[in-house]
Write a protein that binds this ligand. Structure first.
Ligand SMILES: *Cc1c(COP(=O)(O)O)cnc(C)c1O
Length: 360
């Protein structure tokens, strides 16, 4: 069996240790004679899987006790609607538009109220994070919304916007658990698991208790009310049991690795290998302004579409897969999430160096 180096943006690489451990438990989880896929979500066994997952996540992120952790479904996309439905009591929200996911969230919010774009980086194809230190935040804004790491464009907020006291809501799908965060600076943090945590089908939301409200917008479906899930410990209906189990294993793996400080250092080191190469290459170059660069998603181009395609093909043949850029951007993108080993990035850079020598 040969594992490739998988640079997919999502669903994405998972730690090999986690996959091996899940494989070993596939037919018989912990002596109960069945797979986690086959057990009742109301069983004691699953309850302890869920409780452990939440406790380990709280521990990793140092989540304050006045925040609820919810395990949801529907993808990050469903939250584009759930956020305004639950939080838009004044029907006003301010969005910082730094890429396609932020834009989609902003457009969805317009269905429910007045969603203002208070900053945008569309003028330079989303290749930077705008200055968010003094934005025209609306006096009656219910929240300020960001997509913290822009998966497609490879930009990230290295400092949080000044929300002038309004709750900050952040989509962290592609940077979840990549570095320590101060949860208390947010009203809500959410993300799909399939980028940096686990399999597709799980969305994790961390919400300050005062934002979990009864007075949601009229017509909000029961399933989209945060209160429904908070009141029922994420067991209102059948949750994605197997996905939660794998997420739980990844949390334990992260703890074994030393936690988020250690992961952040590892991620900085890994990203630096690739960015240093790009900064010095004659053939390849990055597309993002230096101080907005993501540690997770690294887009790059040669400036020639044919050469890009040739590179992607050659890389794939050599075992470096899913390097093609997003269909709307072109070029290449290496997603180097927590589970991508340093060796994968080093070997990719060796391969790019050799390709450049041959083609450059
Ligand atoms: C992938 C992604 C999404 C969409 O996630 P789905 O689970 O497919 O709905 C939203 N936001 C960000 C930042 C993403 O990277």
């Amino acid at each position: 069996m040969a594992r490739v180096f998988n640079f997919s943006a999502g669903p994405a690489v998972l730690p090999e240790e986690v996959l091996r451990s899940a494989a070993a438990e596939m037919l018989d989880y912990n002596g109960c004679g069945m797979s986690v896929m086959e057990m009742s979500h109301r069983s004691k066994v699953f309850q302890s899987i869920l409780d452990d997952a939440e406790a380990d996540l709280r521990d990793l992120m140092n989540i304050p006790s006045n925040y609820k952790v919810l395990f949801l479904q529907g993808g990050a996309y469903q939250q584009f609607a759930a956020v305004p439905m639950n939080l838009m009591q004044n029907k006003v929200a301010d969005y910082i538009v730094t890429g396609q996911w932020a834009k989609k969230a902003w457009q969805e919010a317009k269905i429910y109220g007045q969603a203002n774009a208070v900053a945008s980086s569309a003028d330079k194809n989303f290749s930077y994070i705008p200055d968010c230190s003094d934005l025209p935040i609306s006096d009656n804004a219910d929240y300020v919304y960001i997509c913290q790491n822009n998966t497609i464009y490879g930009t990230t907020f290295h400092s949080l916007p000044n929300t002038k006291g309004k709750p900050l809501v952040a989509d962290v799908s592609s940077c979840f658990l990549s570095e320590p965060v101060d949860v208390s600076k947010y009203g809500m943090i959410y993300g799909g698991a399939q980028k940096n945590i686990g399999p597709a089908g799980v969305v994790i939301a961390i919400i300050r208790e005062d934002l979990i409200r009864e007075d949601v917008l009229p017509g909000t479906p029961t399933m989209l009310r945060y209160k429904t899930h908070a009141d029922n410990g994420s067991l209102f209906n059948t949750p994605p049991v197997y996905g939660i189990y794998i997420c739980g294993k990844v949390f334990k793996w992260l703890k074994d690795m030393g936690g988020l400080e250690v992961m952040a250092q590892r991620n900085r080191d890994k990203a630096a290998i690739l960015y240093d190469f790009l900064d010095n290459s004659k053939l390849f170059h990055g597309t993002v302004e230096k101080d907005s660069r993501s540690l997770m998603n690294v887009p790059f181009v040669t400036g020639n579409d044919e050469m890009d395609a040739k590179f992607v093909k050659a890389a794939e043949a050599a075992g470096f897969v899913n390097l093609k850029g997003h269909r709307t951007v072109g070029g290449m993108r290496a997603s180097i999430y927590n589970a991508m080993p340093r060796e994968g990035v080093e070997k990719l850079v060796d391969f790019m160096t050799a390709f450049e020598k041959k083609e450059g």
